[in-house]
Design a protein around this ligand. Sequence first.
Ligand SMILES: Nc1nc2c(c(=O)[nH]1)N[C@H]1C(S)=C(S)[C@@H](COP(=O)(O)OP(=O)(O)OC[C@H]3O[C@@H](n4cnc5c(=O)[nH]c(N)nc54)[C@H](O)[C@@H]3O)O[C@H]1N2
Ligand SMILES: Nc1nc2c(c(=O)[nH]1)N[C@H]1C(S)=C(S)[C@@H](COP(=O)(O)OP(=O)(O)OC[C@H]3O[C@@H](n4cnc5c(=O)[nH]c(N)nc54)[C@H](O)[C@@H]3O)O[C@H]1N2
Ligand SMILES: [Mo]
Length: 760
Amino acid sequence: MASKAGTQDRGDADLVVTEPKSSAAGVPAVVRSLRMSIEQMGVVRTGRTLLRINQDNGYDCPGCAWPDPADKHRAEFCENGAKAVAEEATLRRVEPAFFAEHSIAELREKSDYWLGQQGRLTTPMHKPAEATHYEPVTWERALDIVADHLCELDDPDQAIFYTSGRTSNEAAFAYQLFVREFGTNNLPDCSNMCHESSGTALGESIGIGKGTVTLDDLVAADLILVVGQNPGTNHPRMLSTLEAAKENGARVVSINPLAEAGLMTFRNPQTVKGVAGAGSKIADTHLPIRLGGDQALFQAVGHLLVQQGAVDKDFIEAHTAGFAKFAEARASLDWSRVLEATGLAEAEIRALADAIASAESVIVCWAMGITQHRHAVATIQEMVNVLLLGGHMGREGAGVCPVRGHSNVQGDRTMGIYEKAPESFLDALDAEFSITVPREHGVDAVDAVRAMRDGRGRVFFAMGGNFVRAMSDSDVTEAALEATDLTCHVSTKLNRSHTVTGTEALILPTLGRTERDVQFSGEQVVTVEDSMSMVHASRGRLAPASDTLLSEVAIVCELARRVRPESTIDWSAMRGDYRVIRSQISRVVPGFERFEERIADPGGFQLPIPPRERRFEVDGGRARFMVHPLEYPECPPGRLLLQTIRSHDQYNTTIYGLDDHYRGIKSGRRVLFINPDDLTTLGLSEGQSVDIISEWRGPDGADALTERRAEEFRLVGYPTPRGCVAAYFPETNVLVPLDSTARGSNTPTSKSVVVRLEAR
Ligand SMILES: Nc1nc2c(c(=O)[nH]1)N[C@H]1C(S)=C(S)[C@@H](COP(=O)(O)OP(=O)(O)OC[C@H]3O[C@@H](n4cnc5c(=O)[nH]c(N)nc54)[C@H](O)[C@@H]3O)O[C@H]1N2
Ligand SMILES: Nc1nc2c(c(=O)[nH]1)N[C@H]1C(S)=C(S)[C@@H](COP(=O)(O)OP(=O)(O)OC[C@H]3O[C@@H](n4cnc5c(=O)[nH]c(N)nc54)[C@H](O)[C@@H]3O)O[C@H]1N2
Ligand SMILES: [Mo]
C-alpha cells in the first residue's frame, strides 16, 4: 500500500544535521521558548501568561502531566511548557474568511506545522454534504446538526466519542455522562495509544492502574531507573526532581536505546550551576538497550536476584502471591537470548542487578518506550516483579512511576472516559442520576477505526486531539473517517483531522486552559489530576480567543439537552455552575468526597493509592508476581526495527517548529536516525534519501506480507543500537499497521515496526 503523499509528505530541502547534544535546558532553552512566545503572543502577553503557569490561583500547564512542586511560589521554568502555552495563547486567529479562501482539499495538503501556525479557531464551521469548503454556522445550528445525526442512528453504538487528554475533570465527567445516557460506552481516548499498557499491567499486578509514588518519594529514592522515557523533551520539570534526588544521594540509571541529552546532563536554568557551571550529571549509568529488549533485561535481573537470594522475604510472604511459581520460572535463564534481545553485555546486566539488590528504595519510571510494544504489558509486569522481590512498594522512596503524557489524561480516565469502565462506576452513575447506562463494553481507539472502516461507526465526535494523525496506519484511519456520515471536532487549533471529513463535518471551537471561563454563576474553575494522582484547581485568566467560543462543558451540556430533551439530568445547572458537576463527582467517583472543599487548598489533594499502604486490591489483598515467557521483537535479516518518537519541537501532532535541538536536527523532520555500521552493511550513506517500507505479517507473523511506505527520509548516522532506527511521528504513523497492537492493551506498537529501506 503506497501512502497518498501530499506536499506535506515530501522531504526537507533545508535540513541541517549537527552532532547530538549531551546536556539539556540551560539558558538557550529559556531563549528558545521566549522567542516562540513573543512570536505568538507579543511581549506583554508573554510576561503575563508565563508567570501564571502552575501557580496558586493560576492555570495548570497544558503541557505534560508531571506534578507541580509543593512550593508553588517557586515558579518552575520549563521550555516546552512555555511552548505549549504560547501555542494556545497565540494572537493568531483562523476566521471564517480563512475557510472561504482555502478548500478542505487544499488544507489537507498542508503540513501539520503550517496548519498549527494559522492560530486559534474562532467560529463554529460546517461542511455540508457535497461542499468543498467549511462555512460559518451558528452554535444553535451546529449543535442541532450533531443532535440530528445522533438521533437518526439505528443504534447508539454507531456513534464514537473520542477524548484527548487535556479535557478537564468537569468536562470529562459531563461528557461521559452524556455519552452513556445517549446509550453507548464507545469512549476511546488518547490513553489507548499511550499508557493503556501501564493501566492494564498494573491493574493485574498491584490492583490499581496508576503510579504509586509522589515527588517526595523520588527525592528520597536510593535508585531511580528511567526506562523508555525522554524527560529532557517531554517532561522537562522531571529533570529538576531528578537533580534534587541526585543531590540527596540517589543513583539514576537510564535504560534507553538513545543517550537522550536531558538524561545525561541537566543545566537547570533556575540555578547558578545550571546557568554558569557545568550543570548536573543525571544518569550515573546509561544502558543502550535494543528496542523491545526490556522484558528480557528485567527477567535477567529477576533471575539474578532470586539466585542470589536478594529478596525481601517478609514482604513477599505478607503481601504477595505467586512467588513460588515465579521463582521456579526464574530458576534458569537463557543468557544467549537475553544478550540478543538487549544488545547489552552480561556484566552490565549483572551490575544493574547488584545496584537493585543493594538499594534501599527503588523507583522505576517509564513512558512510551515501554508501553508501545507488542509485549508491553508483560514488560511492565516484569519490572513490577523486580520491585516486588525487594519489597519496593509502600515504602518511602520506592514504587512505580508511569510518567503520563497529556496534562489531564489520568483525570479523564478517573472521570469515566473509558470504553470498559468498571461495573461499580456504572452502578454509581445509575444511582446518582436515576438512569440505566449500558454495560456492554465500547470500542477503544483501534476498534473505533475498525468500526468506521467496516461501516459500523457512522458518527465520529472528538473532544480535542487530532485522531487522524495520532492513530496508527494513517491511510486506513483516514479512509475510516471518510466513510462516516459526520465527523465533529471540539478543538482549539486547526489540525489535519479537520481536513479528513465524513460526508458532513463540523469544527466546534472551544476555550483553552489559559482562558477565562464565565458561565451564568460567574467565573468557573476546573480541576485536573496529575501523574501522581494529585487533584487540583485550574483557573484561566486570559480573555478568550474569540467571544464566540464555548467551553467544553457548555458544548456537552447544550448537546445533551438537544439529544435527550426528556432527560431528567439538569444539564443547565451543570453548565451554569461547575460546582454542580463537582458535587455529582463527589458522590460517583471514590476518593472525591468533599471535593469542593478540598480544592480550596492550592496544592489540591491526593487520591487514594492503596499500594502505598501495601494494600493490593487483587488476589485477596496481595500483589501478584506475573510470569511470562521471554519475548522480544523479531527482525528478519536486512530489516530494521523502527521506533517513532517526538522531536524537541512538537507536542504530539502539534509541530511547534522544525528543529530537534538535542539530537542536532535543524529545519526538517523527515529524517531517519540509524547506526553508522548499519549504513555500511546496507550499502547506504549518510545524507542519502530513502523510502521507509514497513513489512507486516500479522500479529503472529503467519499472514501474507503487507507493506506500507513513507517517502523521502534523509539518513542521519546516530548513536543508536545496531538494527534499531528512529524517526518522528506523526510522519511515520503511515507505517504502523492497525492490527499491530500490544497484547492485552491494544495499544499500537509505535516503538517496534519492522522496516526496510529503499534508496530513492
Ligand atoms: N514537549 C512535549 N511534551 C510531551 C509530549 C510532546 O509531544 N512534546 N507528549 C506528551 C505525551 S502524550 C506523552 S505520552 C509523553 C511521551 O513521553 P516519552 O515517552 O518520553 O516520548 P517519546 O518521544 O515517545 O520517547 C520515547 C523514549 O523511549 C525510548 N525508547 C523507545 N523504545 C524503547 C524500548 O524499547 N526500550 C527502552 N528502554 N526505551 C525505548 C526512546 O529512545 C525515547 O527516548 O510526553 C508528554 N509530554
Ligand atoms: N507513531 C506514534 N503515534 C503516536 C504516538 C507515538 O509515540 N508514536 N504517541 C501516542 C500518544 S502517547 C498520544 S497521547 C496520542 C495523542 O493523540 P491526541 O491527543 O489525539 O493528539 P494531540 O496532538 O495531543 O492533539 C492536538 C490537538 O488538540 C486540540 N486541543 C489542544 N488543547 C485543547 C483543549 O484544551 N481542548 C480541546 N477540545 N482541544 C484541544 C488542538 O486542536 C490540537 O490540534 O498520539 C499517539 N500516537
Ligand atoms: Mo501520550
